[in-house]
Design a protein around this ligand. Structure first.
Ligand SMILES: [Zn+2]
Ligand SMILES: [Zn+2]
Length: 267
């Protein structure tokens, strides 16, 4: 049965190149409520110096508003933290994983490469905040298996359920993923940080605004893989824009289109 989706901005960021959102999803799934990414959490807002490193605070400049946290937003909708049964993460960067500690009972779904990069790596790369996963966490580590989804590898989040898929899009981080969801309006493909600006896939990766290209390059785990996947996404967008809606984590125009429901190519 198609799934119902709510779009949440779980942190406003203010880097020099312009304001960004942290576009997360709340899914009403047959196994309870599910989040795709968490943005910043209540502890990040309360203790920013402890939880977020200085580079992140100075260059990304998060707004740090309690009401933007996923916990605060679901509470306003009448839910409690324990109603969130699953969290699917595109990757573990601080602006995506900060809310994990607000939902300690949820199962956290992640690709094995991303988990290993943080936990089995003597020198985790910048961008991660180990403080955010110090609590007891119920990890559900995924390997790739089964049939492909539109030519992309995938892993089913819920065992045999083919409606919520983890889709590896390596490059931004070693285990970065998109999340494909079959909604009541067709497939929605949340591409996380695989791209930052709609023009990357709707026009061409070379038409990504210059400031964003610079940021992508400096954050990349592997720039060749990131470029390869952006090209694949652009081709996939051109081939399927009537059937699949694409979003990324940080583009405010895409987010507003989803909230307003006025752009069929978005949400
Ligand atoms: Zn990231
Ligand atoms: Zn991000």
């Amino acid at each position: 049965m198609p799934l119902k989706i709510h779009h949440l901005n779980c942190a406003t960021l203010n880097p020099l190149i312009g304001q960004m959102v942290c576009h997360c999803l709340l899914i009403e799934s047959p196994e309870g409520l599910m989040l795709v990414d968490t943005g910043l959490g209540t502890k990040d807002i309360e203790y920013p110096k402890k939880r977020l490193d200085k580079t992140f605070r100075s260059f990304v400049k998060p707004k740090l508003e309690m009401q933007e946290t996923a916990l605060s937003q679901i509470q306003k909708m009448g839910y409690v933290a324990s109603d969130i049964k699953h969290i699917v993460l595109t990757h573990l960067h601080a602006d995506h994983a900060g809310g994990l500690s607000d939902f300690p009972k949820a199962k956290i779904h992640i690709l094995r490469y991303e988990y290993d990069n943080v936990y089995n790596n003597e020198n985790p790369l910048p961008g991660y905040s180990l403080q955010q996963f110090k609590h007891e966490t119920n990890w559900c580590i995924h390997d790739i298996y089964g049939e492909k989804w539109n030519g992309f590898n995938k892993s089913n989040i819920l065992d045999k359920n083919e409606e919520i898929l983890l889709v590896p899009l390596r490059g931004h981080t070693s285990g970065h993923c998109g999340v494909a969801i079959l909604t009541d309006k067709g497939w929605l493909f949340h591409c996380g940080d695989a791209y930052y600006h709609r023009d990357t896939i709707k026009k061409n990766p070379s038409e990504t605004p210059f400031g964003i290209r610079l940021i992508q390059y400096f954050i990349d785990f592997n720039s060749d893989d990131r470029r390869k996947n952006q090209n694949r996404l652009q081709q996939f967008y051109n081939a399927s824009k009537d059937q699949v809606r694409f979003i990324c984590s940080h583009d405010p125009i895409e987010f507003n289109a989803c909230i307003n429901g006025n752009n069929p190519n978005h949400c």
